[in-house]
Design a protein around this ligand. Sequence first.
Ligand code: 9MR
Length: 706
Amino acid sequence: MPSARPVPSALRPLVAAAAALVAVALVAAGSLASLATPARALSPGVVLTSDFESGLDGWQARGAASVSTTATGARGTGSLLVQDRVDPWDGALIPVTDVFEPGTTYTIGLWLRLPDGAGTADLRVSVQRDLDGQPSYETVTTVEGVSSQWRQVTATYTPGLFDTASLYVESVSSPADVMVDDVLVSGVRYTPDLSLTPVADAVSVPFGIAVEPQDLLGGRGDLLAHHAEQITPGNQMKPDAIQPTEGTFTFAAADGLVDWALEHDMRVYGHTLLWHQQTPAWFFQRDGAALTTSSADQALLRERLRTHIEAVADHYRETYGEYGTPGNPVFAFDVVNEVIDENQPDGLRRSEWYRVLGPSYIADAFRYARDAFGPEVQLFINDYNSEYPDKRAPYLRLVTDLLAQGVPVDGVGHQLHVEVGRSVPMIEDTIEAFEALDVTQAVTELDVSTYRHEGEQWTTPPADRLLEQGYYYRDVLDMLERHASSLESITVWGLEDSRTWLRSGAAPLLFDGALQAKPAYWGIVDPSRIGTTPTPTVTQTPGVTPTVTSTPGVTPTVTPTPGVTPTVTPTPGVTPTVTPTPGVTPTPGVTPTVTPTPGVTRGCRVVYTTNDWNTGFTAGVRVTNTGTSALSGWALTFSLDGGQRVTQGWSASWTQSGARVTATNAAWNGSLAPGGSVEIGFNGSHPGSNPRPTSFALDGVPCAVA
Ligand code: 9MR
């Protein structure tokens, strides 16, 4: 079998198809099938394969190690042998500078083992990125207990910016010899639909998104720039990021985000100056021993707090100009984060801050922050679960007390990490309670898990739960709009579902991992697109976590546009029915004939791409409305005349009758403006050959095929 080397980026589109063929044999062996058919991926591109059957395939020694090939393969007859390792980071590498694109997510698959009789070792697959002469070493995955049996490994990785990059195999600690085989790397660059209404345009309060550095790159960066008007660094301004050791300040990661915000005319909400988590241990130690409550130790901790806050404030003033001037986008900061504990008699969290200093550290932090930042930066206190009455009470009490003491608290943050069904009136009660105080407020970390409770678990939420989430976002935002004058901003905690802090499957955000708008997005931007099913009802018991009563069978409806296109009522899991509209005559199994509407030109263009292997394929279908009127609900039909079967589709409801395939819009992508496109796709099987469909029709109108 030929081996593929890293593909120069200019050649990548051409070579991806060829590389996919190389992957065919790997995939045909069965165990790599998941790499070739990632869920929801469009035309997954194989960017690198190495089977070591005819050489090193571009792999090199890393550090002190040496590399050679062996005659023992995981499935074939060759593999890579790494020997002479001394340190854990000695290993084997392959340059990926011309293979990886920053911001694209790659699936990396490979096989690992140790030579016979070598015991076990914990191995690592890592990437080294070098940018401006600074190396970063990132773990793709750690594989524990690798023995002399082949172990298949699959992990995903999204590179940040780099000048050069390499993928490598190393170990956690052992210098054991290592064998590597059948490396296959595939990646898909997702493209957001930038014709959608920006969320910021649909929300009257400034709309923000919490970000990580990868969110600024590629399609993610486009999505972020399109929808947000402010960002919150998800981790880069926390104490461990800014001052990992005493007196060493590292602002580079945070500055990358602030620079980007400035370039995109966005504001920055800083998070956070003080927290009980992500704060290095040295803050609370003297010469390695825990600080006591002696006045000397208290003075030391207070001084460290003041120094940290001043360093942050000075840095952003010196780098971007005085606060409140156009060059400096930092307008607010969380001064203290999550200091409430409703289970303590005084309602305050027993953190290291509290242990050493008692409650006074909260007021001190605000005073230091006002002195350091000046009046132009709004100083927030921030907490989660503030909607629950038992948490709301101590939160309200603390802020009231601070204000009464003249402590400069400008704003109260409500994180709003919630799940579908959490009581919206309860959240409103909290906002109203704080409206009585002389503070502004912000929703700082909104996300809505689709899981109602721990017992639920899925890879992808059921369609009706995603709709329910859409209704929930609609209702929360409706409520928040009623309090717009009390709110400084509304921020969601993450750009898209693949990068949530919540457990896999929670899917709590507005866009899915393929960067496509979810019902959650439509719930905010145009709720008519997800129908009028009422909000789930909630049984609220004051003072305790509410019990949620689910609404059975939420069914979306798509509002028809008379006289323009057929109306489609997509019901999750049910074959859609097409309601005749004047001018369109649908006949089962036959392409409907279309009577032209005066002044309306209808048309479409389809780009159909596949990646094939011996009995299967993944198809991506890009449909563009080339007509002059918008579609509000659509159905694409085509024939698979080679005996192919659709096995799993995405971004549409897929049905097949004989050779005829119909893809009907999903609830969130039915609207197709003139010139607008939608990307849908499916996995299929074929009996040996996979002839392309030659004609497509959108709502019965024949499409040009590109
Ligand atoms: O999103 C953050 C995640 O990447 C970190 O691993 C985590 C560490 O505690 O913090 C997350 O952000 C938290 C935020 O700073 C404060 N409120 C809760 C957020 C979610 O945990």
